[in-house]
Ligand binder design. Structure first.
Ligand code: GLA
Length: 367
């Protein structure tokens, strides 16, 4: 076995937010920012050094360690241990981790790390798992490493993304297909500069609140109900206002994913005004019904529309992080500069921007 590099992309979610963990629809894109694990086989240990943090982790091939692991090393340990549970033979790796994903920007840097490490470990042991089984290892690793009960979207995108396409994934049935992105539109990510860490945010609380709403609809899948049906069932079950609002967001968000896919695939060409309207509704619902936005993200979305975005909304788990905007490709750079200037003037914060390309899912290459 020779040296290899595994690149796993980060993701930006176009729409379908907080729907994945109730078996709903998501429409993310794998982007050209990501995590690379470069390494060679090591008979004894997993030894990985982070270029960004300058520290290392040394583990047994099954993820166990002599002393407690902290920081990013917790993800490596969790992935190694879960792969060992699934039968990965004991084989180590000696290498370095490089990342181009800003941490805490809501672009799923940790799922990219999980997936890159998982694929590098599988390669070192000549072991294979189907893409969605590997995605579930990465999903479970988040829970084990930092206690975040996240869904399947982020690691699935890192594995199943396709160049020039978004991924339409039904997190309940696990059916998925690629949806072509209009070549005239650029994906612009605008980072609010407010760091989000799901580990310390209200993510788990929101999920628990939604669970109460799901109990009220007899654990039916929100993606299978109309808003009127869900509201009616929940009211009759006497559910409180908070779980009702969380449920309303999720049911309507599934419908928004369908409307966006239809708008993107409109036979005569993408229906841009519908995309704009549906993204706006999605953002408002995350702000008012699911309550995961923050004033900085609301401001960025307003500024994006003021500066001519076709569509814009917050993206990712919320409580900080980024918005995603779809912008006419030839104006993308100027748009990003203008929105950042207005944002700095109105928020006293410095934002960052990325014009992202939609790329293929994780891949191994020889170095
Ligand atoms: C985070 C989680 C995902 C998903 C989003 C919200 O990115 O990791 O599983 O729940 O938040 O859509």
């Amino acid at each position: 076995m020779t040296a290899a590099a595994v690149f796993a992309p980060a993701r930006v979610n176009l729409i379908g937010e907080h729907t994945d963990y109730s078996g709903g629809l998501v429409l993310p894109v794998a982007i050209d920012l990501g995590v690379t694990v470069r390494g060679e086989p090591d008979a004894e240990r997993i030894r990985l050094r982070s270029q960004a943090f300058g520290d290392s982790v040394v583990l047994d091939p099954d993820g166990s360690a002599g002393e407690p692991v902290s920081g990013w090393g917790r993800y490596v340990a969790a992935v190694a241990s879960l792969l060992a549970d699934r039968g990965r033979p004991a084989a180590g790796i000696d290498g370095v981790i490089e990342s181009t994903v800003p941490a805490g920007a809501g672009l799923s840097s940790s799922a990219a790390l999980d997936v890159a490490v998982a694929l590098a470990l599988c390669r070192a042991a000549a072991f294979e798992l189907p893409a969605l089984a590997l995605a579930k290892v990465a999903q479970e690793a988040e829970r084990r490493a930092v206690g975040v009960p996240c869904g399947l979207m982020d690691p699935a995108t890192a594995l199943l993304g396709r160049r020039g396409h978004a991924l339409l994934l039904d997190c309940g049935t696990e059916e998925h297909r690629a949806v072509p992105l209009p070549s005239g539109l650029a994906i612009v990510v605008l980072d609010s500069g407010v760091r989000h860490e799901l580990e310390h945010s209200g993510y788990a609380e929101r999920r628990a609140e939604l669970e109460r709403g799901l109990a009220a609809i007899g654990q039916r899948r929100p993606a299978d109900l109309t808003l009127a049906e869900a509201e009616d069932m929940a009211r009759r079950a006497g559910v409180d206002e908070i779980p009702l609002r969380r449920l309303r967001h999720v049911v309507s968000e599934n419908e928004r994913v369908r409307r966006c896919v239809a708008a993107l695939e409109e036979p005569g060409g993408p229906d841009l005004s519908t995309l704009g309207r549906v993204f706006r509704e999605g953002h408002d619902s995350l702000r008012d019904e699911f309550e995961v936005s923050i004033p900085e993200l609301d401001l960025l979305v307003d500024l994006a529309y003021e500066h001519g975005a076709v569509a814009a909304r917050m993206t990712g788990g919320g409580f900080g992080g980024s918005i995603v905007a779809l912008v006419e490709a030839n104006r993308a750079a100027a748009f990003a500069t203008d929105v950042k200037a207005s944002y700095a003037a109105r928020s006293a914060r410095t934002g960052a921007s990325f014009v992202c390309a939609a790329v293929d899912g994780a891949a191994v290459s020889s170095t």
